[in-house]
Write a protein that binds this ligand. Structure first.
Ligand SMILES: Cc1ncc(COP(=O)(O)O)c(C=O)c1O
Length: 468
């Protein structure tokens, strides 16, 4: 009943019980046999339809089912998509942010969150190497962040936001870039002709020696290129584009230089791996996901500008009921710069990690995960039965049983998914299917990866018999 909805004592009792359940999950998950309790989609739908029809009031059993039936990112054998096993402290921060629910678009609705957000992004801008003018904001994920940065690029380089255009505009990006860049360009009306995809080399890095040629071809086709995007790193293989060359090209042609660092931009926190983004400080904008390599729950992404003022042109418009002066660059009314109006209190979650574990935790995390990724690559190279797709730069490793067919790889991955003892994914590179692992969990050890290779061989034997 509505009159009970804010009952503090009910909340206290449920909250204590739930914290125990979550703590037990964290304690027990390492020893659990399965990462992933696989259920076919239709069976899962059936299950929840029946549950939905049941009008019993039992939220705790719902929470338990949610935990038991989900993919367990804190399990050491979770090695699938690039999503953090969030630091548990962020679950506590999420309770605080959910209950306080300050939306942040305007200062009065973000008196804690908005200053924190400003500080975190200034800090990240320093790590990138942008100097005093750098800064930005948080937004809901890398996809939206890339769109926002490209909108800022277009606002900076063209008059489209105010006047529309009949011109053909374009951006340049590696063909291995995340699909959301292509999607952002289409949302912006560039069409497929306006997304100039640059081929990659054998290590899946943008072939920067082709940039001039592709730029010239675009120009000859009447396309006005206004931005170029570097991937740090590419999603499928985890390998980094050469930002120094891309930056020099952007500077020569006066293009906006954007870096999609959703996954691998996090190396700005690492002394050891920072060299992978050499040249990032020349970018006009960079995005970095906090919910990938930086221990936060989804979705939290920084959009950082070399000149933080550039962000104010992106969505330039009047909203009198929110702010009296639409022109002023007031950092504290964050909605002037973000796609979202209301948004969750993202900064509080990041800040909770800093307050609980210190700023050095981010670099430590990156170093550990990249270290295990590289050790896994060595393991594969020294095992005659397997081959790498490419020597990995990061914690993303693509590999397969030597010369396995696409059908074989897909069948192995499907069987591993259904068995649920490991969670890995697959990818398609130059038309060939590879198994793909992203080491995302600081509890994953090289022994877990040795066991993965054994499991793959076992599954292969069961499915296809002895191969040689
Ligand atoms: C390079 C890159 N960019 C963008 C994205 C999209 O980010 P999000 O899932 O936060 O929208 C991803 C996701 O994997 C990515 O790897």
């Amino acid at each position: 009943m509505l009159k009970d909805i804010n009952n503090a004592e009910n909340f206290r009792a449920l909250g204590h019980e739930l914290i125990d359940i979550i703590a037990d999950y964290l304690k027990g998950v390492k020893g659990e046999e399965k990462v992933y309790p696989y259920l076919e989609p239709d069976k899962a739908l059936d299950f929840w339809r029946k549950d939905f029809e049941n009008d019993d009031l039992d939220v705790m059993s719902f929470f338990k089912k949610t935990i038991n039936m989900s993919n367990k990112l804190h399990h050491p054998k979770y090695m699938g998509h690039q999503v953090s096993a969030p630091a548990p402290i962020t679950a506590l921060a999420s309770m605080v942010t959910s209950i306080m629910n300050n939306g942040g678009a305007v200062y009065e609705m973000g008196m804690v969150n908005n200053p924190i957000e400003e500080i975190i992004n200034e800090y990240l801008a320093q790590k990138i190497g942008f100097g005093k003018t750098g800064g930005g904001f948080l937004t809901s994920g890398g996809t939206l962040a890339n769109l926002t940065a490209l909108l800022a690029a277009r606002a900076n380089k063209t008059e489209v936001w105010e006047n529309g255009t009949e011109k053909k505009l374009g951006i340049m990006v590696s063909e291995e870039a995340h699909y959301c860049v292509d999607r952002a360009a289409r949302i912006m009306g560039l069409g497929s002709e306006g997304i100039i995809k640059i081929p990659v080399d054998v290590n899946f890095r943008m072939k920067t020696d082709l940039l001039e040629k592709y730029f010239e071809n675009a120009k000859n086709a009447g396309i006005e290129v206004f931005a170029i995007v570097g991937s740090s790193c590419a999603t499928s293989t985890g390998n980094y584009d050469d930002l120094v060359s891309i930056g020099a090209f952007a500077q020569k042609h006066k293009l906006w230089f954007h870096v999609d660092g959703a996954h691998g931009g996090a190396v700005v926190f690492s002394e050891k791996h920072r060299h992978l983004v050499k040249g990032i400080e020349k970018a006009d904008s960079v995005i970095i996901d906090w919910h990938k390599m930086l221990l936060n729950p989804a979705l939290i992404t920084s959009v950082i500008f070399k000149n933080s003022d550039d962000a104010y042109g992106t969505f330039h418009q009047k909203a009198q009921y929110l702010w009296s002066n639409a022109q002023s660059k007031d950092w504290f009314n964050i909605g002037k710069r973000t796609f979202e109006c209301t948004k969750i209190m993202m900064g509080v979650k990041i800040y909770s990690i800093i307050k609980a574990h210190g700023k050095s935790i981010f670099g430590e995390h990156v170093d550990y995960l990249y270290g295990v990724g590289h050790a896994f690559a060595n393991l594969i190279s020294s095992n005659g039965a397997f081959e790498l797709a490419t020597q990995p730069d990061s914690n993303i490793v693509c590999f397969r049983i030597k010369n396995a067919t696409n059908e074989q790889n897909s069948a192995i991955r499907q069987k591993i998914l259904e068995d649920g003892k490991f969670y890995i994914v697959q990818t398609n590179l130059n038309g060939e299917v590879f198994l793909r692992v992203s080491i995302m969990n600081p509890d994953t050890r090289i022994e877990d990866l040795e066991q993965l290779l054994e499991e793959i061989m076992k599954v292969n034997l069961n499915l296809f018999g002895q191969k040689d």
